[in-house]
Design a protein around this ligand. Structure first.
Ligand code: LUZ
Ligand code: MOS
Length: 752
């Protein structure tokens, strides 16, 4: 990681919400939540809660002056429940107290009488009961029904993938200060400052210009703070608005895991047909998306599942259907990949099942069907600058894929207690918010009279290094040292109407706006220099903070030029704006060009299984990944490594379990295992295809945040192939994560 702030982090100097200095009159917010998954609130008895020393006020929905509604896409989510609770953790009351302990004491006093209603945790059951979030959507290409007739092999199956806890290091947090004239200023750990501002406006019934939302940095987010940060910020604002005292809410890890949304579990069906040359002729899939109690971003996430349903493959006949199903679990939400990983896991499972039936290696089918330029995705977009075959080829050059598999086969022939397995995984991921409107960003750049530069954008730094990239873009455009540039906190009064920092597009969108703003400034400065040197402005170049008149080699240092501009009363500030060009999508036809471009790459993952214990490790991983012309190579490498490990965790390690009453059974770090440093493969080798400039993003770069996550899918199949080496003829289910416990049970089953 080469985060701009890494030294401050290591020294503990970086401030997160819970580190901010707080005034003496601050109140702490504690939420009282439902302890049943579905029910009707008959009565709330707050007992002696209000007489506990330090407890100042208990707020319920009746205290809300505006609309008790925080649903972003579907208006289905109350901030504080009015009568029906839909999951364990559904907020009912907000307790405000002068210290955290008295809030906890108050919780024990309060009793909710909730009469139970039927509980559904399974999306297929929800579908049968008709509990849909939105109408079913289907993407169609070619003629699937005719396609089957041309297939030599037709294989069907079922795939389940589990949810995933974000496990950001900083839990959900917000502090709200009442400001004069009935406004609020809110520090929120959110990816979406504007969404927070809007929701506060709705709930408090005050205009957006009375609400200032400020975000310095987040201690991780991964999508978990795109929508799920909002309720806590709104509650803090509500408390501050009502009491006229600052209010701070920081969730405990246990509450955060229990209450907030996670990656959607999916249950899916597939059918795949191939001819005898391993060409995929037809593919059909149905995704049952487990949305949890409220819609949140589910419909947008399901749309991305449909977009990525064929991963990196060209398939002439496709029919994929997505169904968003309500259940009585926490409201599942955005998580790195945004529905893409779930759909791609189904595609890869289908290929692997077909490979088992056809008795070929899955990699043969994968390679044969890779996309090439001019191929059409099921949603109508044409593949352009398609590097997927190139990445496969480069991986083959570096690793000799065939030989790797042969060596493993030879090893497995000689060894019974250790079995090896490998898998190749190509990844193709579309870049842009799939909602066209969201692809916009602004930047406000100031140059101060001492030559230092301040950049404001809508991008939120969450450890992904977007600030570092923005600094590099500004310094490159102004031709000054990066040390002169500072990126300010993300603040709704400085850059307004921002999209969430999400969809891997934070640097693409905000970086382009930054570049444009800096260009405007550098053009202005060129005019000043030209006037001074008595030449035309095209004779002026900037280099390393110097302004040069090429003609006669006059030079001027940056700071003097800035002072000259100031003395001539030329503005040293600029606001610019960027919208992604040439994207559209027709939801009637389900066709269009939703993405500015795609990111491509391929990985080879090798695993080694201890046959007696069911434990395994990943011995060797090679990733070839396309980042375009990198904006910051160490940042990109960090994102690729981190994304892959997080994806691997989702596929093999992190098991999110609920009982059939909707209780979370993996509610702490002792029961929910995330990857640690010992889990990281000994040999994790990332190679970037840097020479490939991307014409569709800032300075030839490519977005990097999400695509590497999906290399983790290869880990699942590497482990599966280890098991197949023990017992080649068993039909294993597709059910992620493939934890050591599951592996052991498969092995026991295989031996019987
Ligand atoms: N968020 C969003 C996302 O609102 N729309 C998207 O298309 C998206 N894609 C990936 C991650 N977050
Ligand atoms: Mo997102 S999954 O908030 O990019």
């Amino acid at each position: 990681m080469n985060n701009d702030e890494i030294v401050k982090h290591v020294r503990g100097e970086s401030e997160f919400i819970d580190d901010l200095d707080i005034p003496n009159n601050i109140l702490y917010g504690t939420v009282f939540v439902s302890n049943v998954s579905h029910g009707k609130i008959e009565k709330i008895d707050i007992g002696n809660a209000l007489s506990i020393k330090g407890v100042i006020r208990i707020i319920d929905y009746k205290d809300i002056s505006g609309e008790n509604q925080i649903g972003a896409i579907v208006k289905d989510e109350e901030l504080l429940s009015e009568g029906e609770v839909r999951f364990i953790g559904d907020p009912i009351l907000l307790i405000l107290s002068e210290d955290r302990d008295s809030g906890k004491k108050a919780l024990k006093e309060i009793k909710a009488d909730i009469s139970p209603l039927p509980v559904i945790t399974d999306p297929r059951e929800s579908f049968k009961a008709g509990n849909l979030v939105a109408p079913v959507r289907t993407f169609n290409k070619g003629d699937v029904d005719k396609g089957w007739d041309n297939c030599k092999f037709v294989v069907e199956g079922k795939v389940d993938s589990g949810g995933q806890e974000h496990f950001y290091m900083e839990t959900q947090a917000a502090i709200a200060y009442p400001s004069e004239k009935d406004g609020v200023k809110v520090f929120s750990s959110t990816q979406s400052p504007t969404a927070v501002q809007k929701s506060i406006s709705t709930v408090l019934k005050i205009p957006m210009n009375k609400i200032e939302v400020d975000v310095r940095r987040l201690g991780g987010a991964f999508g978990g703070k795109e929508d799920q940060a909002t309720p806590w910020a709104v509650m803090a604002a509500l408390g501050a608005f009502i009491t006229k005292r600052p209010v701070k809410i920081v969730l405990s890890r246990e509450d955060d895991i229990r209450i907030t949304g996670k990656r959607h579990p999916f249950s899916s069906d597939f059918k795949i047909g191939l001819d005898d040359s391993c060409r995929i002729i037809a593919y059909e899939a149905t995704f049952y998306q487990n949305c949890g109690a409220y819609a949140d971003l589910s419909t947008a996430i399901l749309e991305r599942s449909l977009f990525h349903s064929t991963n990196s493959y060209f398939i002439p006949n496709v029919r994929v259907t997505g169904i968003s199903c309500y259940t009585n679990l926490p409201p599942f939400t955005a998580f790195r990949g945004f529905g893409g990983p779930q759909a791609m896991f189904v595609m890869e499972s289908a290929i692997n099942r077909a490979a088992e039936v056809m008795k070929v290696d899955a990699r043969i089918i994968q390679e044969k069907n890779l996309l090439k330029d001019g191929d059409i995705f099921p949603y109508g977009m044409v593949a352009k600058n398609c590097n997927i075959r190139l990445s496969w080829k480069k991986l083959d050059e570096y690793s000799d894929i065939e030989n790797t598999f042969k060596k493993i086969e030879a090893f497995n022939k000689k060894n019974d207690l250790i079995k090896k397995g490998a898998a190749v995984i190509p990844v193709t991921f579309g870049i842009s918010f799939t909602n066209k409107m969201m692809n916009q960003a602004g930047a406000l750049v100031h140059i101060y009279t001492d030559g230092s530069v301040s950049v404001n954008t809508g991008a939120v730094e969450m450890g992904q290094g977007v600030n570092k990239k923005i600094i590099n873009i500004a310094s490159d455009t102004l031709s000054i040292s990066p040390s002169l540039v500072r990126v300010e906190s993300t603040n709704t009064t400085r850059v307004a109407n921002t999209s969430p920092t999400a969809a891997s597009s934070g640097a693409d969108l905000n970086g382009m706006a930054t570049r444009t703003a800096c260009k405007v400034l550098s053009d202005r400065l060129a005019n000043i220099a030209a006037e001074k040197f008595g030449v035309s402005s095209d004779k002026i170049t900037f280099k390393d903070g110097m302004t040069c008149n090429i003609g006669n080699c006059d030079e001027m240092v940056w700071k003097d030029l800035i002072n000259l501009a100031y003395s001539k009363r030329v503005s040293l500030s600029s606001h610019a704006y960027y919208t992604t060009p040439d994207i559209y999508f027709d939801k009637e036809k389900e066709k269009g060009k939703p993405f500015a471009y795609h990111v491509f790459g391929t990985a080879l993952i090798e695993a080694e299984l201890d046959v007696l214990r069911g434990t395994y490790k990943f011995t060797k991983v090679k990733i070839i990944h396309d980042v375009g012309k990198s904006l910051d190579i160490k940042t990109d490498l960090g994102q690729i490594e981190g994304g892959f490990i997080q994806g691997l965790g989702w596929m093999v390690l992190e098991e999110l379990l609920f009982d059939d009453k909707g209780n979370i059974m993996t509610g702490s770090s002792s029961t929910y295992k995330i990857p640690d440093i010992r889990f990281v493969p000994d040999k994790l080798d990332v190679q970037i295809m840097e020479e490939l400039k991307n014409p569709y993003a800032v300075l030839g770069s490519k977005a990097v945040g999400e695509p590497p996550f999906m290399y983790g899918i290869g880990g699942y199949f590497a482990v599966r192939n280890c098991i197949a080496a023990v017992s080649p003829d068993k039909k294993l289910p597709f059910d992620s994560p493939i934890t050591p416990e599951k592996v052991l049970s498969y092995l026991a089953f295989a031996d019987s």
